[in-house]
Ligand binder design. Structure first.
Ligand code: FA5
Length: 347
């Protein structure tokens, strides 16, 4: 009988090795440990054995039962894992947004062209050691005007038609220059940063004007910074963005927060300079006003103008995007039209 138990153990090991799925394993368990199973058959014959043999065989058969149960449990866990992996292999799906859209026969939309160019500019400036700052869309008049050397009664407040809140103290920021006013306060020179974002003006729209558009502010403050430094950074920006020679012109421009101030225009890439609705028939597009930071602005930012100076610029991001991609109306950018947006790719 002991030999029978030993044979049963070997038989079970061989059978277990051949089991390839969970249902066969369940059957195997019933075959060996079930009421009418092989182990019980051996135990039935115990009734004719002597008490000593019964005791030894009872103990041995219990041990065998425990071993079989443990082996079955181990095998069950391994089979479950194997079956899950097989199912995963068969039913593999790329659940990323793009491919699930593709599976449904839809074309994935690209990034908005303003986002594409903004990120390119961020890369250009961070590679030159600039930080990227952010600021609130709802501003108070201090950061939008006063800190930028535009006091309450200054006529320059009318240069940018403003959406005021009812309290007449808060407004939708009219330019990203507020980011320079805020950024300066929290830094000690030397520092340099850019600040991209949406700005809002209460003005009528046309091919090159929107009421909500994007600017990208830049500021560098340190010792002995010159107009030559400003021009170097502007040239680097334009050559990186356009990757070809573009004609630019620098002319004097008035902004209360810079002295001297300049307007950097780009020859219109829509009409090649011959005149169109984007450049208002002038052949040039106002793109990049800039200048040397006014001492009063430095003072508002707790920077001593006798020790430090700097430059600032306020790039018109939407217009740059229009020039880069040859878009002949700014309103396309804000149309929310997916087939328009999905045409754009990075270089
Ligand atoms: C300013 O907003 C200044 N804060 C820029 C500046 C910063 C000057 C730092 C000096 C130093 P301006 O109003 O010109 O300047 O606007 C800057 C750029 O934004 C323009 O050159 C133009 O490219 C773009 N822009 C202005 N108004 C609109 C509009 N309504 N729609 C689309 N783009 C506009």
């Amino acid at each position: 009988m002991l030999q029978n138990l030993e044979d049963l153990k070997n038989e079970f090991s061989t059978a277990l090795n051949e089991v390839k799925d969970q249902s066969s394993l369940v059957n195997l368990k019933a075959d060996f440990l079930g009421k009418k199973g092989k182990l019980n058959n051996i135990l039935k014959s115990l009734k004719d054995a002597t008490p000593e043999v019964r005791k030894t065989l009872g103990m041995k058969s219990n041990q065998l039962k425990e071993t079989i149960l443990a082996d079955i449990e181990k095998k069950m866990t391994a089979l479950e894992l194997f079956e899950i992996n097989e199912r995963l292999k068969k039913n593999w799906q790329d659940i990323t947004y793009r491919s699930s859209l593709r599976d449904q026969g839809l074309t994935a939309a690209g990034y908005h062209p303003v986002t594409i160019i903004q990120r390119e500019i961020e890369d250009i400036f961070t590679s030159m050691g600039f930080e990227i700052l952010d600021g609130p869309h709802i501003e108070n008049e201090y950061y939008n005007f006063e800190a930028l050397n535009i006091p309450d009664t200054h006529p320059a407040r009318d240069m940018q038609d403003t959406f005021w809140f009812k309290d007449m103290k808060h407004l939708l920021r009219t330019h990203t220059s507020c980011i320079q006013a805020r950024g300066m306060e929290k830094r000690t020179p030397p520092f340099k940063f850019i600040g991209p974002g949406k700005v809002f003006r209460c003005e009528a729209t046309d091919a090159s004007h929107e009421a909500a558009f994007h600017q990208l502010e830049g500021m560098m403050v340190g010792k002995d910074i010159s107009v030559a430094n400003l021009i170097y950074f502007m040239k680097t920006l334009l050559s990186e963005i356009f990757r070809k020679e573009v004609n630019v012109r620098l002319r004097p421009g008035f902004f209360p927060f810079v002295e001297p101030g300049f307007e950097l225009d780009i020859e219109c890439l829509i009409c090649g300079g011959s005149g169109c609705s984007v450049c208002k028939q002038s052949g040039w597009v106002e793109l990049l006003p800039c200048g040397m930071v006014h001492p009063n602005v430095l003072r508002h930012g707790n920077v001593n103008p006798d020790e430090y100076n700097g430059f600032a610029f306020g790039l018109g991001l939407d217009r740059l995007v229009m020039m880069r991609y040859g878009i002949d109306d700014i309103r396309h950018l804000h149309s929310g039209n997916l087939s328009f947006v999905s045409q754009f790719k990075t270089f």
